[in-house]
Design a protein around this ligand. Structure first.
Ligand code: CMC
Length: 429
């Protein structure tokens, strides 16, 4: 029997609303007919109780600490798959067999170069610009270079754009870095894996051979896997909302990058490392924790807490593991910031303030340390996140365009401003 919820309004009228079940997770009350039938809206800034769409891509159970991509637990994907297999999964719904994987890798590998004119675009930016500012500009500009496949109603065009974005993001991110340090851009190398090629474009120079370190490549690949999608978070919702107007995918992804840049979202790992630098020493932790607990200080423990995970962030556990592998490989276990992070983690996990609010380390607490150990400068962290999340954004955008219930996103509001009034002549105001 179909479930329904009955809403009784202050005037005594009531309305039956359909209840839609998911395959797993909370049911959803379908309020679409509410305004038409009753003239009232629902109020939910921050989307605390609102599902903005139907999706089959990613499932999170924040209380149980579960993250599934297309049904597969993140732990299994991180252990048994590489990033391109995960990309295939997110885009197509199933893991590839060997033949499908080979074809997918081949297509991505042969789209990693960017239009030569795009390289000139970088010259217009200041060298000291934040690389995320450059990323927003360059990715937004892609539609000026690849306008041969911008018809969003053509499924083939959408697939071409998806391939281009997944394939070119490492090149664009690496170029943003090289530009900031004044080194020549490195062209992609087709004999390397997706992630090894990215590391070579980041750290290689034309004057010498770049030596691939498998442990470090695997760590970077894992960062990509763990950040590939996270259902309807702020940047993904931004991509969907931008795309709902029919905007082209490059413009939508640029909007997602702009949103991701914020410190409460993708900028958290950068903010976390800055916080560790600011604390400086283990002896200063108690003083810092005191500041965090003082509501008037405006200071938060960066890398802790999550809107959805009110238990351990499953990505954080995997990132912690990778963190140890990388520091072992590089002999960095005595690293000052790493030791500080571990001490901070221990104190916060035992502190009543954090325990009672269910504030646990999130993925960003460790990913900053790993990236720093890999040699990635702090300002590039969010660019790496945007590289990884591009596949999730594009899969979600694709899903939205293909959804028969897709409509332009148009939230409503509770208006509390002035009621109608007349304009007085300027001399009488
Ligand atoms: N440090 C100190 N107190 C915190 C923190 C924190 N990091 N996070 C939440 N709180 C407190 C907050 O003050 C509030 O306390 P009270 O109930 O006494 O008023 C309570 O915990 C609930 O906080 P909230 O702001 O209502 O929670 P939220 O779900 O709106 O915020 C968050 C989630 C991620 C924005 C927040 O936890 C935060 O700012 N964390 C630090 C930034 C960070 O690490 N962000 C990365 C998130 S993971 C990456 C991603 O998926 O994008």
């Amino acid at each position: 029997m179909d479930k329904k919820a009955t809403l009784t309004l202050p005037d005594g009228k009531s309305l039956d609303l359909p209840v839609m079940p998911g395959s797993v997770g909370p049911d959803v009350i379908d309020v679409r007919a509410l305004y038409g039938k009753t003239g009232v809206f629902t109020y939910d800034p921050g989307f605390m109780s609102t599902a903005s769409c139907t999706s089959t891509i990613t499932y999170i159970d924040g209380d149980a600490g579960i993250l599934l991509y297309r049904g597969y637990p993140i732990e299994q994907l991180a252990q048994h798959c590489d990033f391109l297999e995960v990309c295939y999964l997110l885009l197509n719904g199933e893991l590839p067999n060997q033949k499908q994987k080979d074809e997918f890798v081949d297509i991505v590998t042969h789209h990693t170069m960017v239009h030569e004119q795009l390289a000139r675009l970088y010259q217009g930016f200041r060298r000291d610009a934040h690389p995320m500012a450059v990323m927003v500009g360059v990715v937004g500009a892609l539609s000026a270079f690849y306008h041969d496949a911008l018809n969003i109603n053509d499924p083939q065009h959408r697939i071409i754009s998806a391939f281009r974005l997944v394939a070119k993001m490492p090149t664009i991110v690496a170029m943003s870095y090289k530009y900031s340090i004044g080194q020549p851009f490195m062209y992609p190398r087709n004999n390397l894996s997706y992630t090894a090629n990215f590391m070579r474009m980041m750290f290689g120079v034309p004057t010498e051979e770049y030596k691939v370190n498998d442990v470090l490549v695997r760590a970077m690949d894992r960062i990509f896997i763990l950040h590939a999608d996270h259902e309807q978070n702020a940047s993904t919702s931004t991509v969907r909302l931008s795309g709902s107007s029919g905007a082209n995918p490059y413009a939508c992804i640029a909007a997602g990058i702009a949103c991701l840049w914020g410190p409460a979202h993708g900028g958290a790992n950068e903010a976390c490392l800055e916080m560790l630098e600011e604390i400086g020493d283990v002896s200063k932790i108690p003083e810092f924790i005191k500041k965090v607990k003082d509501k008037n200080s405006g200071v938060r423990l960066m890398g802790f807490g999550h809107r959805v995970y009110k238990n351990h962030d499953p990505r954080a556990k995997l990132m912690r593991e990778t963190c140890h592998e990388v520091l072992d490989e590089l002999g960095l276990h005595n690293d000052r910031l790493f030791k500080l992070a571990i001490a901070l983690e221990k104190i916060a996990l035992e502190d009543e303030y954090f325990v009672s609010r269910k504030l646990y380390p999130n993925v960003d607490f460790y990913s900053g340390i790993v990236q720093r150990a890999l040699g990635i400068p702090v300002a590039m962290f969010t660019c790496i996140f945007s590289l990884a999340r591009t596949v999730g954004w594009i899969a979600q955008w694709q899903e939205m365009i293909s959804d028969p219930e897709y409509k332009i996103g148009r939230p409503r509001q509770l208006y509390k401003g002035a009621t109608r009034r007349d304009v007085k002549p300027i001399a009488k105001r």
